[in-house]
Write a protein that binds this ligand. Sequence first.
Ligand code: PMV
Length: 318
Amino acid sequence: MRATAQAQPNIALIKYWGKRDAERNLPAVGSLSLTLETLWTRMTVEFDRDLEADRLQLNGESANDMLPRISRCLDLVAGADRARAAVTSECNFPIAAGLASSASAFAALVVAASEAAATGSDTLTLARIAGAVSGSAARSLYPGIVLLTAGDKEIRVETVTSDWPLELVVAVTDESAKAVGSGAAMLRSAATSPFYAAWVEQQAQDIVTALDAVRERNFSALAAVAEHNCLKMHSLTWTSRPPVVYWNEVTMSCIQTVRKLQADGVPVFFTIDAGPQLKAVCLPQAVPAVAASLEATPGVRRILQSGLGAGAHRLSPG
Ligand code: PMV
């Protein structure tokens, strides 16, 4: 009745922003992401009939604010009549700062809970459950470059390829938790941004363009569509009422750093999620130059680096 699983966060190149059905947390648009390697969340789930309530320890401290979502997720995996669980989570990167910590947390949780309860559920079933709790978490069940397709009733998730060695360099500009979470911000964008309908309408074409670029290993084509899609997503948050601006001045300086690298012929592009960190995607030979330039950008606190990694998996013996 006990298991430990590890999952890595994923970074979307074509973003999920907007819900088709808020109650079931179904995304309004498909998305395309990179599952990372060196950043991780490890979750241990132990079901225990003697426990009266679920418990959560996050990096050694009890974390009751996250407990309702954890409990809901455990119900979805193991059934509402399940034993209560002691859940322990460890994470080696900043939480809730736009580094997709909820994606790795819920991806690891569904695998650990399913193994602990011996449900025998397959990966897509677990991805759908993780996605019902945190939309982007569904993608962390899968390795490499991952496509999420948004259907009317359910999502599909699959790996497009694990065979293109893209690298991610993250410039951390601020490690504090964000003021407006992605779930609330995307509902606000849908309700108030004048650009929301155009965003939804254009997403399928952005995905096709990105998939073609991946198939052809055409880095500059992928760069163009990924930056365009990222800036459209942030245009939605900026034009929401009240507006949500996830960037700080260092985020903007990092964009300029990427622009200078591109002008020098370095294969790199940026993306930014619901937080102020800049994520630079590059080819392996560009990692030293990209990391050095971002590290030297005034205000950058630290650099994280990762290649592409595996989907969520059980750690044995766990
Ligand atoms: O899955 P959520 O609710 O944390 O939303 C993720 C939103 C973005 O990270 C900004 C985009 C994405 O596709 O991951």
